[in-house]
Ligand binder design. Structure first.
Ligand SMILES: C[S@@+](CC[C@H](N)C(=O)[O-])C[C@H]1O[C@@H](n2cnc3c(N)ncnc32)[C@H](O)[C@@H]1O
Length: 235
């Protein structure tokens, strides 16, 4: 069991190690369904096409790019504490006209490098599970949002369907670390992925934590047999 500071260092180091291969492995192991999940998430911000939005734990910027694609006047602040992930994301964009509307910031989501009441929307895709102090991160998200603003968390959950559950379990624990380990050269990073999904909060628990952090409305929407869930919170 790692303490929060050790977890932070471990997570940063693991993402740094796989940063160059992150996008490729994501597409490979998710059969590209991850694109659909991100698209479904970002669509939920369509009522805020212009205001600044924060993409927290932005990584190699897949969600930031989708946010910028869906609204041509939107400014996206992309925060991640792993510089190598942001750099790998930026390397994809030399001739992309969305580059000017994406502002990368290297910073910690648990101590958000931003003032209060700034963003109309905050998105966190596959990032909350990696935070060392989830409650602290949620409170920071609440602080950064404007009143009326929307938090969207896209995160892995555990399917409950009796047919899907064992298949998914086998895939996640046996197949994925081998395939992704081979491609990335870091099997441990993908064993961590499987264990972090297994240990993550039940969806209702995360919703309760969102409410405790101050979100007045909080609800969830499972996708793809509950392999992932979108959590929505309103400030
Ligand atoms: C699984 S990746 C997700 C990247 C991207 N959002 C996506 O949809 O693919 C998780 C990211 O969260 C970042 N991260 C984890 N803890 C963080 C923290 N406390 N503050 C900022 N970024 C963090 C990691 O560096 C990593 O880039």
């Amino acid at each position: 069991m790692r303490n929060p500071e050790e977890k932070k260092e471990f997570v940063r180091e693991k993402f740094s190690s796989i940063s160059g291969k992150y996008d490729l492995i994501n597409s490979l192991v998710s059969f590209q369904i991850d694109r659909y999940w991100r698209w479904q998430t970002t669509r939920l911000l369509k009522e805020f096409p212009e205001g600044p939005v924060l993409d927290l734990c932005a990584g190699t910027l897949p969600l930031s790019l989708e946010l910028a694609r869906q609204a041509s006047r939107r400014l996206v602040v992309a925060v991640d504490f792993c510089e190598d992930m942001l750099r790998a994301g930026l390397a994809k964009l030399p001739n992309d006209n969305r580059r000017a509307r994406i502002l990368p910031v290297c910073g910690d989501g648990e101590e958000l490098p931003a003032g209060e009441n700034i963003f109309w929307g905050i998105t966190v895709a596959f990032g909350v599970r990696n935070l060392s102090r989830t409650e602290k991160g949620l409170r920071e998200m609440w602080r950064g949002l404007r009143p009326g603003g929307k938090l969207l968390i896209l995160e892995f959950s555990r399917p409950t369907n009796p047919v899907v559950k064992p298949l998914y379990h086998f895939y996640l624990n046996r197949v994925l670390p081998r395939v992704a380990g081979l491609v990335s050269g870091d099997k441990e990073a993908y064993e961590y992925l499987a264990s972090s999904i297994a240990e993550f909060y039940e969806p209702e628990t995360l919703l309760t934590m969102m409410r405790q952090a101050g979100f007045s409305k909080a609800f969830r929407r499972p996708l793809t047999f509950g392999i992932v869930t979108i959590y929505v919170g309103i400030k």
